[in-house]
Structures are given as C-alpha cells and as structure tokens.
Design a protein around this ligand. Structure first.
Ligand SMILES: [Fe+2]
Length: 593
C-alpha cells in the first residue's frame, strides 16, 4: 500500500500544495499558477473560505498586511457564498500528478491558523485521513535538509514570521538554526519575531515603495545605493547579547524581567526606519531609497554570515542547507558561501512559504513515521506533465490565424537550431517544455529567452514585454561545464539562488546579464537534469561561442508564470514576443510590413 501525503500551506505569499508518495515528492504547485491570479490566497473570498480558513477574524487585517491589489471591503460584501472551487482545483491538480484521488490520501499536513476548520473540510471528504499540523520553522528546516543531497548538514532558516506557537506562549518565531543527520533534525536555536530579519527586509521593501512579495526588487535596487544608511542602522545591531522582551508588558510583569540571550538583535532599528517616508507610487528612486535598500541588503548579508559562522562552530559540518523566505536572497546566499567555511550549500528552490508543503510532507514521512530519506530534490519541475496531444490541441486551435506561422519539427534538434538562430538574430523568444517549475524562478521550462551579448537587450525586453523596473537584472542560464569561465563560482547553482561575480573581462561579452555591481544571478544547466533546455543553450553556443542565454520568467508584469500550453500561446500572442518554442512546435508571428 502506498503511503500518500497531501500537504498544503496558506500564507500571505500564496497557497502551496505538494503530494508525497512513499517518501518521494511527486508533484507540487502554487494556487496562482492554476487560477492565474498572482500571489493568489483564495480571493475574492467566499463564505466557505471564511469558514474553512477562519478569515472572518478581521478581514481588514488582510488588506493591511497582505498588500494585494484588491478591495476586501467590496469583495467581502459581494461574496460568492457557494464553494471553494479554486482550492479544490489546486488539490485535484496535484493529486492528478500522482494518479491518485482524495480517497487514496492517508495524511494531510497543513499549516496555518484555524487548523480545526481545515481538518473538518478534509474529514468530510475522507474519514480515514490523518491530519497533522507541523510547526512552521521546523517544516522549513525539513524543507531545507531532508531533500538535500547531504547525509548531515547545518540548517539555517530565516524568514519573516511563522504562526503563533503554543510552546512559546503563542508568540511567533522568525527562524531557527538546526543540525540534520539521517532522518533527524535537532533544533539548536530559535529566533523570536521581534528579531525578524525577513520582517526588517519587508519593512525596507515598503519604504522603497514596493509591495509584499517584491523583496527581489529591493535586492536589485540595493546595488545602486551608497553605504550611508547602512552605517547609521548598523550601529543598532548587537550580537551575542542579552535582551528584554518589553513588547508585552503584561507578560513581562507576570514572568518577571529575565533578559534572554540573543544571537543578534536590532535595537531601535524599527523606530529609526519609521522616520523615512515610503516612496510614493510614481516617485523617482532617489539616492535615499537606493541607499536604504543597500542598507537592508547589507544588514541581511551581515546577519546571515554571522549565523552561518555560528552554525559552523556549533556543528562542524561542511554542508549548509537553507530555507525560509530570506533564502531567496541570492546575493546574501553567495556571501555566505564565499565568506564562511561551508564548502557545500543547498538552498531549497522554493525556499519560502510556498515551498513549505514539501518540508511538511517530508517531516510527516521521515521524522514522524521514522522512515529513511528516499527523496533528493534534483530539480524543481514538479508541475503536471502535459501529453503531446494536449499541446497539439492547444496549437491546433490557432491553425486558422493568419498572423501566426506554425511549424512542427519531428526532430527536436531542428527546433533548438531555429530557436538559437532567432535568439542570435535579436528576437525575443519564449520556451515552454515539460513540467512547470514549483518555485518562483523559471528554470528553462517556462522561460522568455534572449541574447545575453546584446547590451541593449535588458531595455528591449523591458520596453517590449516585461515592463520591469530598469534597475532589476536579468539572469544567465549557463552550461554547467562552462560556468567557471564566466562566473566566480566553484559549485553548481541550479536554482538561480547564488549571485557570484562575473569573471574579469567577461561582462563585456555578456552585458545583458551582468548587474551594475558586476554580479549575476546564475543558473547552471545540467544536461542530465534538463536535456531540452541544455540542448537549446548548446545550439546557441555552437552558433556564437557563448554558452549562455538570458532567461526570464514566461509571464508579463502582474501575472503568474504560464502553466498550460494554452497559457503559453495566449501570453505569446498578447505580448511582443517574437517566437514560441512549445514542445515540438515552433510558432512565429507574421508581421505586416
Ligand atoms: Fe516561513
């Protein structure tokens, strides 16, 4: 009998879902990919949503803290009182990847508040289901270590905040340090929410005028700033100190004033930050905002390097595993790799809360049920497999359109060659193959690709398709075996989660992917892991000598990455993308003269 674990997480970053069968993660995705609403957290909210997730507490809180473009007051009044259709679509999508249905599920792991309500939802569908609510940060630790290639490793989890924990007097945490060996994880340290590094980074993100989930914009802007504000804010950080929690006066009186040891604390940093007025929507990015972004970034780097050094001293391990939202900060990750004694680093590709269902499921299978680890994450393409017929049907629906030319290649090598030819000629191309990526980065299955040698390509892409802020860098995908020639990186970076320096003399060759500070958010591509994407880059290398493509996610601003073949064709047609390679098909636009 198969052991089938369905795992879900709902947080302000979205809703994630994974399926684990006999200890292996067989499929996973996020709600936004299914409903086509970016960062979807089941809105507009339904009565069933309110009941199931307990969101009737204070709907306005969601408006304040989630910062999404909706009017909850209006949505709240015009509720669809009938069903949880999109939640069920997400569950059905993930179950279908494993060829199972809800009746086959043995265990549901779920994390958020109002667990009893969600438990009831599943109990009504299958009374046999065991319902488990793992702790948030322990699940992040599982997400970091259990799918890693290491037998033992130090574990660093840093994020914004978890959910209130009974064993902590209903306080929230903002991370933990741990050590994993075999199928066990020992917690070594936990961080209270008042020392939330993710929270501090979010606060700085808001001052820069960005929204929740836009922390990567802060990371891009930071490289343009000076160290002026870092020098001011840095004075507040204390390491290895004792601190009183004075937020809760009642608790302080009740429990007495015993200072707690802290690995780091931020002193008065939050009140200092309150002095800076957030950048208004169309206000320019002044030097002040650039330097505040720089301060946030440098503080994040300094703190995670300190924590990594502490872990190295404590565990003696050469291996480090990272998860939690701060783990998506590729610049900080690279600083940890280059400035500490860790030799190997594994960052779970979907490091934030949307990837938590993987940690939760592996926690239930491995740690709780004491099974050996049988799953190593060798890739992040955990979406559904689309049959050739589905792709053909999607393409055939556009056969009559005069403005599109459709060619089917029997031999994929011919498709690689024609795509490479277009990229070399300056086209903006799109690429849809195989299963979609689970995490936030497009790793070559749902990508827009262009020539990294063209110094104007960043502006061309932004003005024609992506409409992103000009300060944000685009990513290089490089053939694994030639990565060292171009980037100062000794290990693989399969998930774009490390940002090394570009080798001297190489930024002139690939200016479109070199950031202003001479770094690049590298993706190394391995033939064994993604053959089609590897072969496409290889075809470009044969034509140009450069083993690199500029890779950005296949979507436009404000939309999630495309999921289905239909999504891909619609996005291709509704934008100024020139060509689309989709499975064996090549679609190009016939432009009127
Ligand atoms: Fe988290």
């Amino acid at each position: 009998m198969k052991k089938c674990i369905l795992s879900l997480t709902t947080s302000g970053h979205g809703v994630g879902c994974s399926l684990c069968i006999d200890g292996k993660i067989v499929g996973a995705t996020t709600l936004e990919r299914i409903t086509r609403k970016k960062y979807d957290i089941l809105l507009p909210i339904t009565k069933m949503d309110l009941e199931t997730f307990g969101w009737h507490g204070n709907p306005n809180m969601y408006q304040e803290s989630i910062d999404l473009p909706f009017d909850l007051d209006a949505d709240y009044r015009s509720l669809d009182f009938n069903d949880l259709e999109s939640f069920q679509r997400l569950i059905d999508y993930v179950l279908s990847i494993g060829g199972v249905d809800i009746g086959d599920v043995d265990t549901v792991t779920y994390s958020y508040r109002y667990n009893e309500n969600v438990k009831k939802y599943f109990a009504e569908k299958n009374r046999r289901i065991e319902f488990i609510v793992p702790e948030h940060h322990l699940s992040h630790a599982c997400q970091a270590f259990l799918p890693s290639p290491f037998d033992e490793a130090a574990i660093m989890v840093v994020d914004g905040q978890g959910v209130p924990l009974a064993r902590k007097g209903y306080d929230q945490l903002s991370g933990c340090l741990a050590y994993g060996k075999g199928n066990e994880i020992d917690l070594l340290w936990e961080f209270p929410v008042r020392q939330s590094l993710g929270g501090l980074y979010s606060c700085i993100t808001k001052i820069c005028g960005f929204k929740t989930n836009e922390e990567c914009k802060t990371m891009g802007l930071a490289s343009y700033g000076s160290m002026e504000y870092f020098d001011i804010l840095r004075k507040e950080i204390k390491y290895d100190s004792y601190e009183l929690d004075i937020r809760n006066i009642l608790r302080l009186i009740r429990n007495g004033s015993i200072p707690e040891k802290q690995l780091y604390s931020f002193g008065q940093m939050n009140s200092l930050l309150r002095k800076y007025k957030p950048r208004a929507k169309d206000e320019p990015y002044s030097d002040m905002y650039k330097s505040i972004a720089q301060a946030g970034q440098k503080i994040a780097e300094e703190v995670v390097i300190y924590l990594a050094n502490w872990l190295f001293e404590k565990t003696g391990s050469k291996n480090l595993c990272i998860a939690g939202g701060v783990g998506l900060n590729c610049v900080a990750n690279y600083q940890v790799l280059s400035k500490t004694k860790f030799e190997n680093i594994f960052i779970y590709p979907n490091a934030g809360d949307n990837g938590l269902p993987v940690g939760q499921a592996l926690y239930a299978y491995t740690m709780l049920a004491r099974n050996p680890r049988v799953y190593i994450a060798s890739h992040d393409c955990l979406g559904k497999e689309y049959a050739s017929e589905e792709v053909r049907n999607a393409v055939d629906a556009y056969r009559d359109k005069e403005e599109i030319r459709i060619v089917e290649f029997k031999n994929m090598q011919d498709l690689y060659n024609v795509m490479a030819q277009h990229i070399e000629a300056g086209s903006i191309t799109s690429w849809w193959q195989g299963r979609s990526e689970y995490g936030p980065r497009a790793l070559g299955n749902r990508s827009i690709l262009a020539d990294p040698r063209n110094k104007d390509m960043k502006d061309i892409l932004n003005s024609r398709v992506k409409f992103r802020e000009g300060f944000r860098p685009f990513t290089p995908s490089v053939l694994k075996e030639r990565s060292r020639e171009f980037f100062m990186l000794d290990i693989e970076s399969p998930y774009m989660l490390l940002a090394p320096n570009v080798q001297p003399g190489k930024s002139e060759i690939v200016p479109a992917i070199t950031h202003v500070d001479n770094t690049a958010r590298v993706q190394t591509v391995d033939r064994e892991i993604n053959e089609r994407y590897y072969n496409l880059i290889k075809a470009f290398e044969r034509r140009t000598g450069v083993p690199i493509l500029l890779n950005t996610s296949f979507n436009v601003a404000g939309e999630p990455i495309v999921e289905t073949p239909e999504d891909a064709i619609k996005c291709f047609l509704s934008t100024d993308i020139d060509v689309l390679g989709i499975d064996h098909f090549f679609l190009s636009k016939i432009k009127s003269k």
